[in-house]
Design a protein around this ligand. Structure first.
Ligand code: WQD
Length: 343
C-alpha cells in the first residue's frame, strides 16, 4: 500500500482528503505544525475511518524534518501539498511571511522529493489565480491575471515553480488543482472547518451568525453586475474537493512517462450569489440568517465559476454533492462545535 505525505493534513481540506485517501486504499502520512489546525481533527479522522494515522508534528520549511520523514517511510510514493497560509486579508498585512512560508515550504518539499526519488505531487492551488476572468465559466486556458493579494500571488508563483521543476528535473509528475470555493463539512460531523478567530469566509461566518456567535452577517456589496447584485462564486462541497485529490494521485500513478504537469479547475461549474447561499441555507435548515448589506470588500472578484470539463474528462471526476448538502453539513458541524463549547 503506497503512503502519501499530506502536508497540512490536519487542516480543513487536508483532513477531508486524508479520509478519502484511506477510503481509496492509500496510507496517508500527515505533517502538520498545527499553526492553523488542531490535534482534535485527528480523532475525528480516526473515528470516521477506524484507521490509525501516522503524524509528524513539524514544519514543512524544516528540510531536515522533511528528509527525516522520507527516510522513515520508504513507502511514500507521492505528496499532496496543502500546508500554506491562506488568509487573503492577512497576506496584504504580512506579505513577507506569506511569501516566505508558502514558497519556501514548496521549495523544501520539491528538493526533498527529488533527493528521495519521490515522483508524484498534487498541489493545492486556487481559482484566485484568474482574478476577474474575462470570460465565464473560466477554463484552465483563461489567462492568469495579476494576483489581487500576496496570498494569490504565492499560488501563482508556486504553480510556476512546479512547472519549471517538472520541465527541468525530468522525474517529477505534478498536478495543480485550482480550487473554487470549498464549503461544508464531513456528513458525519466528525470533521469540518475550524476557522481560528473571526472567519474571513462566507459560510463559516454565516453559520457562526446563526449559532449566535456573531451578531450579524454583512453582505459585502449588492451593487455588482449579477442577478441580485451580490457576488457570484462556485461553491464546492469539501468532500467532492477531497475526492479530486485522490483522482489526481491515481492519474499520476498511472502515468509512467517521466515528466508531466497538468492544471485542473476543481469546481461544480455552477455559480451562486451570496444571497442564493443565504436563501438556500434558510430553506435547507429552517433557520433564519440575520444579515444586512454593507459596502464592497476590497479585492473581491465580482463573479467567477468554473468550467470543469477538463477534470471531468481527464480525471473522470465531477461533483456529486450539492450546495444544499454542503450547507446542511456545515450547519450540522457548527452545532457540534457549539456543543463542544467551540466556535
Ligand atoms: C465569498 C463571497 C464575499 C464573507 C477566498 C480566497 C480563495 C479561497 C476561498 C483560500 C464573496 C462574500 C464573504 C462575509 C460576504 N481561500 N462575503 N460577507 O473571497 O471568494 O475566496 O476564500 O484558499 O482563494 O480568495 O471567499 O468566502 O471570503 O467570499 O458577503 O462576511 O462571500 O464578498 O463574494 P472568496 P469568501
Amino acid at each position: 500500500m503506497s503512503s502519501i505525505l499530506v502536508t497540512g493534513g490536519a487542516g480543513y481540506i487536508g483532513s477531508h482528503t486524508v479520509v478519502e485517501l484511506f477510503r481509496a486504499g492509500y496510507n496517508p502520512v500527515i505533517i502538520d505544525n498545527f499553526s492553523n489546525s488542531e490535534k482534535s481533527v485527528l480523532k475525528g479522522i480516526e473515528s470516521i475511518t477506524g484507521e490509525r494515522i501516522t503524524l509528524y508534528t513539524g514544519d514543512c520549511n524544516d528540510a531536515d524534518f522533511v528528509n527525516y520523514i522520507f527516510e522513515s517511510d520508504p513507502e511514500i510514493t507521492g505528496c499532496i501539498h496543502f500546508a500554506a497560509y491562506k488568509a487573503v486579508g492577512e497576506s496584504v498585512e504580512k506579505p513577507v511571511e506569506y511569501y516566505k512560508n508558502n514558497i519556501n515550504s514548496l521549495l523544501v518539499l520539491l528538493t526533498s522529493m527529488m533527493q528521495f526519488n519521490i515522483k508524484n505531487l498534487v498541489f493545492s492551488s486556487s481559482c484566485t489565480v484568474y482574478g476577474q476572468p474575462d470570460e465565464l465559466p473560466v477554463t484552465e486556458s483563461s489567462p492568469v491575471k495579476k494576483a489581487e493579494s500576496p496570498y494569490g500571488n504565492t499560488k501563482q508563483i508556486c504553480e510556476e515553480v512546479i512547472e519549471d521543476t517538472v520541465a527541468a528535473a525530468g522525474e517529477i509528475k505534478a498536478v495543480s488543482l485550482r480550487y473554487f470555493n470549498p464549503v461544508g463539512a464531513h456528513p458525519s460531523s466528525q470533521i469540518g472547518e475550524l476557522p481560528i478567530g473571526t472567519p474571513n469566509n462566507l459560510v463559516p461566518f454565516l453559520t457562526q451568525t446563526v449559532a449566535g456567535i456573531r451578531k450579524e452577517l454583512v453582505i459585502f456589496g449588492d451593487d455588482y453586475d449579477t442577478p441580485d447584485g451580490t457576488c457570484v462564486r462556485d461553491y464546492i462541497h469539501v468532500l467532492d474537493l477531497a475526492q479530486a485529490h485522490v483522482k489526481a494521485l491515481d492519474y499520476l500513478d498511472k502515468k509512467k512517462n517521466d515528466s508531466l504537469y497538468r492544471v485542473f479547475n476543481v469546481g461544480t461549474g455552477n455559480g451562486h450569489t451570496v444571497l442564493d447561499v443565504i436563501k438556500t441555507f434558510e430553506s435547507v435548515t429552517g433557520e433564519k440568517v440575520n444579515y444586512r448589506v454593507g459596502t464592497r470588500r476590497a479585492g473581491d472578484v465580482e463573479k467567477v465559476w468554473a468550467n470543469a470539463d477538463k477534470i471531468n474528462k481527464e480525471l473522470n471526476w465531477k461533483t456529486q454533492l450539492t450546495l444544499k448538502q454542503a450547507l446542511n453539513d456545515a450547519w450540522s458541524w457548527q452545532k457540534v462545535l457549539k456543543n463542544r463549547g467551540k466556535q
